[in-house]
Design a protein around this ligand. Structure first.
Ligand code: ADP
Length: 491
């Protein structure tokens, strides 16, 4: 087993990985940027090193600096978390070169799956259903013919894409050329790789993905599905497991396809096979060669610590799990709590947390990297905490999530908590009538947010904080709350 692991990430996921290390008796090393000097993960680690200035390119994305910290600290392995360098084959190769174990799949797998076009080819060859579409687009005429054959609407996608960036829906031939050019230019600036291709725009799909674990000895298992259809701009907001539409038959079929996809690339470590589902059909979307943000809901249903599994596999252990032993029990749901204003088009709201109380009680897990007095920096993703709720069935989880969101108090910055609550309370959501278009098709959610922020509740302080007219009331409410908190802390 490793002696010391460097976590090449920040925020909640850095804490999550270090927790796994602590339980395994592994020393942890943090590498923090200028903006994260006071961040919880840097304090939590056994050792912490300064990485560089706040912008990610000068710190968290700087391969040389990260490797330097790993060597300086004597770490024998690096966990990349998600985002930043997690799916960068160059980084995985740099680790391999320096004889530092990269806790993740092989660099060739990351590279192959990092190209959506290459991934589609591999999966099509392996007999995994893919969305009807093209290879790389070079000629506009050829693209127009292909789009006509596929049938409008189509989606122009960046081959190197991620985070929903570089994707454009095209309704008809007239829009195609411009959409291709725009997608190419977005892809060039975001990924330094302008290649785009065309896919059928699947109507009203659901996003359903399967968690995979594979070891160095060719064993691959799946840990069931997660439904991630509640999205904004193609980015997940709320995820749950199991999927409300899952049947034993569909699960067997999709799991078989997911295992086929993983076997096609001899997958090692934790990975996720993403599918898009519509009207009884499902298609491979992509394979994420890393830990997912939403991995916790799978951990809860299966009882398997995915980060510990990743570490053990990377250390060369055999997967001690048999497929038949892995079961999904109960229901789990994750809300991504972000420093964003839902009533201002989800604009990020960096700032200092003036009051903080996380929810608790039965069935509640909070994975976060924040605390009282923490200044949320403007440089990185706005995700600050993950509220993960579990129960025996979906109904219990929905009621519990509503209760936990009521309890969650974050003062000083506007968050999306009222929006999450609006979704959880929404009739269609409760019935499981969801698709990736859910948020766009439910504009009433925003009126609900207004109502929720005005409700008398712990979160009601949020309302007072938002409204400029009642600054006095807001500060009175905050002072009262902080006084209670202070008292509670003294006790
Ligand atoms: P990224 O790598 O940028 O996250 P994905 O290929 O994983 O892109 O897709 C992200 C989301 O975009 C999906 O969950 C889905 O909501 C939407 N999407 C992607 N491809 C299609 C498609 N062919 N038809 C309809 N929606 C799609």
């Amino acid at each position: 087993m490793f002696r010391k692991v460097l976590v090449a990430n920040r925020g909640e996921i850095a804490v999550r990985v270090m927790r796994a290390c602590r339980e395994l008796g592994i020393h942890t090393v943090a590498a923090y940027s200028e903006a994260d000097k006071r961040a919880f993960f840097a304090l939590y680690a056994d050792e912490a090193y300064y990485l560089g200035p706040a912008p990610a390119k000068d710190s968290y994305l700087n391969i040389d600096k990260v490797i330097q910290v790993a060597k300086m600290s004597g770490a024998d392995a690096i966990h990349p978390g998600y985002g930043f360098l997690a799916e960068n084959p160059e980084f995985a190769r740099a680790c391999e070169r320096e004889h530092i174990v990269f806790i993740g799949p092989r660099s060739q797998t990351i590279e192959a799956m990092g190209s959506k076009i290459r991934a589609r080819e591999i999966m099509a060859d392996a007999g995994v259903p893919i969305v009807p579409g093209t290879g790389a687009i070079s000629d506009p005429m050829e693209a127009a013919n292909a789009a006509r054959d596929i049938g409008y609407p189509v989606l122009v996608k960046a081959s190197a894409g991620g985070g929903g960036i570089g994707m454009r829906v095209v309704e008809n031939r007239r829009e195609l050329r411009q959409a291709i050019e725009q997608a190419q230019s977005t892809a060039r600036s975001a990924f330094a790789e302008p290649t785009v291709y065309i896919e059928k725009y699947v109507p009203h799909p659901r996003h359903i993905e399967f968690q995979i674990l594979g070891d160095d000895y060719g064993k691959i298992v799946h840990l069931g599905e997660r439904e991630c259809s509640i999205q904004r701009r193609h980015q997940k907001v709320i995820e749950e497991a199991p999927s409300p539409i899952m049947t034993t038959e569909l699960r067997d079929k999709m799991a078989a396809a997911a295992l086929k996809a993983a076997r096609a690339v001899d997958y090692v470590n934790a990975g996720t096979v993403e599918f898009i589902y519509s009207e009884g059909n499902f298609y491979f979307l992509e394979m994420n060669t890393r830990l997912q943000v939403e991995h916790a809901i799978t951990e809860i249903l299966t009882g398997i610590d995915l980060v510990q599994a990743q570490i053990r596999i990377a250390a060369g252990d055999r997967l001690g799990l048999r497929q038949e032993e892995i079961q999904q029990n109960g229901w789990a749901l994750e809300c991504r709590v972000c420093a964003e204003d839902p009533l201002a088009n989800f604009t990020p709201t960096p700032g200092t947390i003036r009051g903080y109380r996380s929810p608790g009680g039965i069935g509640v897990r909070v994975d976060s990297g924040i605390h009282m007095g923490y200044p949320i920096p403007p440089y990185y993703d706005s995700l600050i905490s993950k509220l993960v709720v579990y129960g025996r069935n979906r109904n219990e989880v929905l009621e519990r999530t509503r209760r936990a969101l009521f309890e969650y108090v974050i003062l000083g910055v506007v968050t999306n908590i009222p929006f999450l609550k609006a979704v959880i309370e929404n009739e269609d959501f409760r019935l499981g009538n969801i698709s990736t278009h859910f948020i766009g098709e439910h504009p009433e959610l925003f009126a609900d947010v207004e109502r929720i922020v005005n409700e008398r509740s712990l979160g009601g302080i949020f309302a007072a904080l938002r409204s400029n007219q009642s600054t006095a009331a807001a500060s009175a409410a905050v002072s009262a709350f902080l006084a209670v908190e202070e008292k509670a802390q003294k006790v």
